[in-house]
Design a protein around this ligand. Structure first.
Ligand code: HEC
Length: 214
């Protein structure tokens, strides 16, 4: 009895193997079509409104698809979202905010400078002094280098993220990392006020030692 069962299983499985290799040009039987052929969602394609819906309330009898990433998800490799509200309280919160990126290396700064020149210099000028070619047309462009008090890292990021009056938001053009890199680049445009006293301090002892020699 056991022997017959083993032989029957062997014969059956060999038959299955041979039947499934019948023809290379013919696909085999698909018994889970959803796994074999996934639904293709084309991001920008026109969708048949009889089949697709962007209204979550219709999701039961139509396919819900609104081209947006699911709420609360973060793109792989992306930085965490900037959860500061776009209002005066949010802006006040940015005062203490530090740049989360490690200090920029030469390459990062070069890239940030390139992005600044593409996105910001048209209004703010290559040195951030509000003398870009579009500044007059737009009106009200601010000098972001000599601002007093100096903008905090968070403030610069906030303005790039949400825009302000005549300046639009750059959140869709620049990734979070790119915006923080531009903050680092803007810092390099600032006059080195802290370095100046250090230089005079370094010069002073020299004068002293010269005096001693005399
Ligand atoms: C279309 C012209 C335009 C472009 C491009 C532009 N800005 Fe501005 N920016 C403005 C104007 C106008 C203001 C003044 C807004 C206001 O009235 O407070 C401003 C203000 C600012 C301020 C000062 C915000 C404050 O609180 O006073 C910063 C910082 C700034 N921009 C940074 C940037 C950076 C960084 C970029 C590039 C990502 C950029 N801007 C691109 C027009 C522009």
């Amino acid at each position: 009895m056991k022997k017959t069962a083993i032989i029957a299983t062997l014969v059956l499985s060999t038959a299955v193997v041979f039947i499934s290799c019948d023809s290379k040009r013919q696909p085999g039987k698909v018994y889970m079509p959803d796994m074999a052929y996934s639904r293709a969602y084309e991001s920008y394609a026109l969708r048949d409104s009889n089949i697709f819906t962007t209204n979550p309330a219709d999701a039961g009898h139509k396919i819900f698809y609104n081209s947006l990433p699911p709420a609360g998800t973060v793109r792989r490799g992306d930085m965490l979202p900037f959860n500061v509200p776009n209002d005066s309280a949010g802006l006040a919160m940015t005062a203490q905010m530090q740049n989360p990126l490690p200090p920029a290396t030469g390459r990062d700064l070069e890239e940030a400078g390139r992005l600044f020149n593409i996105n910001c210099a048209i209004c703010h000028g290559a040195k951030g002094e509000s003398n870009g070619p579009l500044a007059e047309k737009v009106g009200g462009v601010k000098n972001i280098i000599t601002a007093s008090p100096k903008f905090s890292d968070g403030h610069l990021f906030f303005v790039m993220t949400y825009g302000q009056n005549n300046m639009g938001s750059y959140a869709s053009q620049l990734s979070r990392e790119q915006r923080w890199r531009i903050v680092q680049y803007i810092r390099t445009l600032e006059p080195k006020t802290e370095a100046a006293p250090a230089a005079t301090a370094a010069a002073a002892p020299k004068a002293d030692s010269a005096a001693v020699k005399k």
